[in-house]
Every structure is written in structure tokens, then in C-alpha cells.
Design a protein. Structure first.
Length: 254
């Protein structure tokens, strides 16, 4: 099972410093989420490309979270599409193998319309992606805590080959407290390509280092191995670089 490290755009250390640290620690790949302040127009593409080439680490990426692709307002959805397309294009130019997208469940009180609005945005982004595998990530709150809704959204795009699933274990932990699907239900599908791992207390998506929350990582790892998952990203955003390195050690000894 390959283990990757997610870069934290809000960390004091630069993105290139983080890449170098994770390469030295033996991670298999890097994951770059383009959340603020990691806006493509503010990033040094050449430095990132050179650092990735120097370390030899493959890149996976994520569009910004919380883009309003489920908004009932067409102009707002169009802005979300532009932002997502910009992020996908930026990551593709850096050589990203996969790019994660996040659905918008804020308008779950109008489920049919919300699904159609999300599907329209997802189709628009997928049509512009050149060669990257797109992955849709489950959310910690709302309708997209349910695997059935995630699959319904992918099926609504008619792009099952171009759009698959990224399962966020931390989101599953929070979602289950609200009646969402358990991890094993997500792993039963044939569309799971990638997994994100971070810890929490079950109440909020805290992105803690592994072992600092209430998730049973022995059980999680056993389930992932049984399901044949091959790529797991450590996505903890507290504790700095050391928190990521400690998470790697815990994962490996679990």
C-alpha cells in the first residue's frame, strides 16, 4: 500500500520545504490541495515542478473544498466551475495523476435539484480534464455522507470511467454520527481509487494526526487491505510536519 503526504497550504513551512521533508521521510507521493492561500495564481509553478522532479515524488491533487457546485444560482455555479477548472488545469500541468473534487451538499433540502446542479458542474469540469483521473470525495455533513448519494451523483454524470471515488476516513467518522454510511459500505463499491486518512473526535473534521482522535486505525487499515486499497494519503493539518511524520510511523506500526 502506497502512503502519501498531503501538503498544508497554511503551514509556516513552504510547500517545497514540506515536499523535501516528506521525501526524506520515505513517503511514496505528494498530495497538493489548492485551498487558500494555495491559489494557483499565487504559487510558483516552476519551483514546485523542480522540487517534485528533484525528489522524484509523484503528485496527486485536490481542487478547493467548499466550491458551491450545488448552488441554485447559475452564476454562482459557473464561478465554481471556473475555479475547479483552473485548479485541475494547474495540477495537470504539474503532472498530477489524480485530482479530488468535493460535491456541495448545502442544498440537501431540495435533493433532486441539488443532485442535478452538482452533476452539471461535475460534467463541465470532467469535460475539460485532459488526462487526469478525477475522484469525488465524501463529505462529513449532509447527503454526501451516504455512499448511495455519492454513487448517484457519479451515475448522473454518465462518466463512471472518468470520475471515481476518494474515501475520506475522517469524513466517514463524522458522518456516521449523523447516520452516514460506515467505511465498509464505501469500500464495497468498485469505484474506490484513493483514501484520505486523518483523525478526529467524531464530532468535527479536525484533521488531527493519526492516534490523536477516536478512530480505530487498526480496524481501518484491516478494512482497507481487505478491500484492496493501494493508495492512502495522510491528510493531517495540525502538528506541522512532525504531525505528518508521526502519523506515518503510527500507520506503519498498526
Amino acid at each position: 500500500m502506497l502512503l502519501g503526504a498531503a501538503l498544508n497550504p497554511q503551514m509556516t513551512e513552504s510547500l517545497t520545504r514540506q515536499i523535501q521533508a516528506y521525501a526524506s521521510a520515505g513517503f511514496d507521493y505528494i498530495d497538493l490541495a489548492l485551498d487558500y492561500p494555495a491559489v494557483p495564481s499565487r504559487l510558483d509553478t516552476d519551483s514546485l515542478r523542480d522540487c517534485l522532479k528533484e525528489t522524484g515524488l509523484p503528485l496527486h491533487g485536490q481542487t478547493p473544498a467548499h466550491l458551491p457546485s450545488g448552488s441554485p444560482y447559475a452564476d454562482v455555479r459557473h464561478a465554481a466551475i471556473r475555479a475547479a477548472n483552473e485548479a485541475v488545469g494547474f495540477l495537470e500541468n504539474l503532472g498530477a495523476k489524480t485530482v479530488v473534487l468535493h460535491p456541495d451538499g448545502d442544498y440537501g433540502f431540495v435533493p433532486d435539484e441539488m443532485m442535478a446542479w452538482n452533476a452539471g458542474c461535475l460534467n463541465a469540469v470532467a469535460s475539460q480534464a485532459r488526462h487526469t483521473q478525477l475522484l469525488l470525495e465524501n463529505l462529513p455533513h449532509g447527503p454526501f455522507t451516504h455512499v448511495e448519494k455519492m454513487l448517484e451523483l457519479i451515475q448522473a454524470t454518465h462518466l463512471e470511467k472518468k470520475v471515481q471515488l476518494n474515501v475520506d476516513v475522517g469524513h466517514v467518522s463524522v458522518g456516521q454520527h449523523q447516520g452516514g454510511s460506515p467505511l465498509e459500505d464505501f469500500l464495497k463499491t468498485s469505484l474506490v481509487r484513493h483514501v484520505h486518512a486523518s483523525d478526529n473526535d467524531g464530532e468535527a473534521d479536525q484533521h488531527l494526526p493519526l492516534g490523536k482522535g477516536k478512530i480505530d486505525w487498526t480496524q481501518v487499515k484491516r478494512k482497507l487491505e481487505k478491500a484492496g486499497v493501494t493508495e492512502v494519503t495522510i491528510e493531517c493539518y495540525s502538528g506541522g510536519i512532525q504531525g505528518v511524520l508521526e502519523s506515518k510511523k503510527m500507520w506503519e506500526k498498526t
